[in-house]
Structures are given as C-alpha cells and as structure tokens.
Ligand binder design. Structure first.
Ligand SMILES: [Zn+2]
Length: 488
C-alpha cells in the first residue's frame, strides 16, 4: 500500500456516520470523526441498527481520534469506539472539549445506561481522553525515524467549536511531505454568530463535505425577513408557534435571530406609540413583542446555549458588537427555559389551553422523539397554532409527514395515534449551518496551492455529482490537473 491513504468508514453513501481513517504509514493511523448513522440512512424512526453502531474495522495502529465538531453524526459512535478498545486520545478544539462531554453523556444514556454512577464514571473516562487543541496551533501526532505527523485545527464556522483538520506528514527517509485537509462540516458564510471559514492555505489531498453541493442558500436578510413575516402572521391569530430544532447550532442561531427581531420590533413599537401620541389617533393594536415569551424547552439545548454564552470570545464581530451595545443575544428578557419533565408537561397543557402567543423551540428537529412530540400531540389539531420547520426533514420522519400532509388537511401518526393536522405549517430553509455550493467551491478553490486529489464525501449522490462537476470544470479552465473522486 502507498501512504498516505484514506479509508472511509462512513458518510460516503449519505450524509451521516462520518468516519475517515488516515493511514500515515504501516504503524500509524488516525481517525477523523466517528459519527452515528441517522435518519433514513438507518431506519424511518431514526434508530440505528446494532450493526451500524458497532465499530466494524480493526483498531490496531489507530493512535488518535480527531473530532471535527460535536454533532452526533460526527461523534456519536465514540462510546462504541471506546467499547471496542480504542486507547488513544480524542483531539478536538477548545470549545468542542467543553461540548463533547455533554453530547456523549446524552449518547451514553440513550445507548448504554441511565444509571447515574455509570454515567459519571463514563464521562470522567471521556474527559481524561480529551486533548483540547487551540485553533491554528500544530500538535505532534508522531515523531519517528520514518514519520513525522502533525495536526492543526482551523475554524470551520459551522457550529461552536467546529474545525477543519489539516494534517502534515513528513517521511524523513524519502524527504516526501504531504498535507491532507479534512473539511468536516463547513459553515455558511453569512450564518449568524460565528465567523465564516477561510479556505486552507494549501492541500495535497482534500476530503470535502457536500451536503449542499447542489444548492444555494437564501441570503440572510431575506431569510430573517421571512422568519419575521411567518411569526407575525402566525401570532396574529393567537396561538403558539412550534419550532422543532436540533440542540446544537440551529437553536442558538434561531435565538440569536429572534433576539434581533424582538429588539427591532420593540424599538419600532416605541416609535409608533410616540407617533400616535403626537397625532392623537387611536393606537393600533399590535402584537406585544416586548412580552412575547420565547420558550426553550430542551434541557440539552439549554446546556449547549450556556456554553455558547460562556465562550463569547469565539463569536463573530457582529455578535460581539451586540454584546458591546449592552444587548445579550442568547440571554434576553423574553427567553424562558423549561428544565424538568413536570414543568414541560405543565407548559404543554398551559399553551394548548390558553393559546396565548408564544414561540416554543423544542427537539428533536425531525419530530421523531423528544419533547416536541408532546406539543404536537396537544396542538397539531388546533388551527390557532403553527408549526415552523427550519431544518431538513428526512424521509419517513413525522416531521416530513407533517410538512407534506399538513397543507392538504392530512393527518400524521404519532405513537400509533392519528392526529389531524389543522395547525398551519411553514418551512424556512437555510438555517442549516452548512456551506452551500458557492461556499464549498470557494473553500476548495481558494487555496494557494491546488490539491492533487479531492475526495467528495458527506452528501446525497446528486449533491456530490454536481459539486464534483463544478470543481472539475473550474480546475480544467485553469489548466490544472486535479483528480476529483467520489469514494463509495
Ligand atoms: Zn455538523
């Protein structure tokens, strides 16, 4: 075998289960991510079968795991990796080092045991394995007569702590050097809260995601205006707006945008009140944005939001400027968090009965389980309420069925019970925290040194193909020979 070489253990036939093994020489290899297969890539209910959870490749020679970011489709199989006898460290960015134990605690409870003692023991074990790497600093993985290997993380702008991974290999005997870059998941350039990723300086081999390799996002202002319009319309007839959302990334982006909408609306209402006072006209009844409750009903999302708040030095310039103005984008006055299960059930009951205007964010994002299900059961058949989807709904999930059949007065089965859909259904795309086609092309083509080989992973077949064609023609126009692969 020639080195370096890469084996893809996941995210080649779809977008989940990311796990790539970089073979550096016959003795040394590292894993980049070890994620769970999710959604339709497992079963319609989103449960992975046992066979897809277990680690099905040999671990000898695997010296470390590098986690690009803490989404479950990139780290969810770490408990199985440890169970399979992996002894090495888990390298990740500093923010990821804070988030990862929270994610893995949840994964461990779902997959292994809810016994508190066992959970604590497990989390201590995980924490001992984690090595937090500051962004932009090289860390030595191997230093022998035959191989020098270093790794460096760069900001990927996808979720807090996300990184793309640069690995430098030097083979002292031949004098050969190689740089391999793994994109992980890349953020959209105009996503709220985090700075956009910059292309790598150079790469010989690039492994790049392609989730939105065939799509372009709406721009941020259009999307925010649409969000505001949907909310205004939804709240005008009273009732609750239910937003199913995943805990890390999208929830914090939404909170950030909601704070801004409320901030601007309250300022506008004050102007309007001042205007009606001077004109002596009757005041126009408007939605009371200043007292509109935003309810975050997800203990897990609340914990992640807490870490986002603590690590505000990783935010982008716009978000930090808001802090400096005395605003607090993730801890605003209207935001209520619901923790205990009892409080959750009471909240569902209260909102279903009173239909007072409120916005609820609860997981999970595809409505296949989690607290959102109780809200849906209680409110989906009442036309005063609204459901707003902000993320991709995988085939076969209740979220997809509601999205599909809601507008046709259809119904959905949840826990084998039929629920007629009378609530209004809305969808706003783009809250995905993934780069679109233009962003991916910019990343792959913006380097000083053009890669010899690009491997496109982590995308549906159409997305991969379209990105591959776009990259191949870009390089062909420039007269560069680049091998663009779609590994299977
Ligand atoms: Zn991700």
């Amino acid at each position: 075998m020639r080195y370096p070489n890469i084996i893809h253990h996941g995210a080649v036939s779809g977008v989940t289960g990311s796990c790539h093994q970089l073979l550096m020489d016959e003795d040394f290899s590292v894993l980049i991510d070890c994620g769970l297969f999710q959604g339709a890539e497992t079963s319609p209910q989103g449960h992975a079968s046992a066979g897809q959870l277990a680690i099905d490749f040999p671990l000898n020679g695997v010296r470390a795991l590098i986690a690009s970011h803490v989404h479950i489709d990139h780290v969810g199989r770490i408990p199985y990796l440890l169970a399979a006898g992996f002894q090495g460290p888990i390298l990740c960015s500093e923010p990821s080092a804070k988030l990862l134990p929270i994610v893995l605690e949840d994964a461990f409870k779902l997959g292994f045991s809810r016994d508190q003692k066992q959970v604590e023991r497990y989390i201590r074990l995980v924490e001992q394995r984690i090595i937090a790497l500051p962004y932009k600093q090289w860390f030595t993985l191997a230093d022998t007569e035959r191989l020098i290997a270093r790794v460096r993380l760069q900001r990927a702008g996808h979720i807090l702590g996300s990184a793309y991974v640069e690995i430098d290999l030097t083979y002292p005997q031949s004098g050969e050097t190689k740089r391999i870059v793994f994109s992980g998941d890349l953020g959209a350039p105009h996503a709220p809260l985090l700075p956009a990723p910059k292309p790598p300086y150079k790469a010989d081999m690039l492994v790049i995601e392609s989730t939105y390799g065939n799509r372009m996002h709406e721009n941020r202002r259009t999307r925010r205006n649409r969000l505001e319009k949907v909310l205004e319309h939804a709240l005008s007839n009273q009732g609750t707006v239910l937003i199913p959302a995943f805990s890390i990334g999208r929830t914090q982006e939404l909170l950030y945008e909601l704070e801004d909408i409320i901030h601007r609306r309250v300022a506008k209402n004050l102007d309007r009140q001042a205007a009606t006072r001077t004109s002596k006209r009757e005041p126009v009844p408007a939605l009371d944005w200043s007292n509109l409750p935003i309810i975050l009903d997800s203990p897990l999302a609340s914990r992640f939001t807490q870490v986002y708040r603590e690590l505000d030095h990783f935010w982008d310039a716009e978000a930090r400027a808001r802090l400096n103005e005395g605003r607090n984008p993730l801890v605003f006055r209207n935001l209520l968090t619901v923790d205990s299960h009892k409080a959750h059930l009471a909240m569902v009951k209260r909102l279903a009965q009173t239909a007072q205007p409120a916005i609820v964010i609860a997981g999970n994002g595809m409505c296949s389980s989690g607290r959102i299900v109780n809200y849906l059961k209680a409110m989906l058949s009442d036309e005063r309420h609204d459901v707003l989807f902000v993320g991709y709904q995988a085939e076969g999930t209740p979220g997809r069925l509601i999205q599909q059949y809601g507008p046709r007065n259809g119904y959905v089965l949840m826990d084998e019970q039929r629920y007629d859909i009378r609530a209004q259904i809305h969808t706003i795309g783009g809250y995905s925290a993934h780069a679109d086609k233009a962003g991916l092309i910019r990343f792959a083509t913006g380097m000083r040194n053009i890669p010899e080989q690009i491997r496109i992973v982590h995308g549906a077949p159409d997305a991969k193909r379209e990105l591959a064609q776009a990259l191949a023609s870009h390089f062909a126009c420039l007269g560069h020979e680049v091998e663009v692969q779609m590994p299977t």
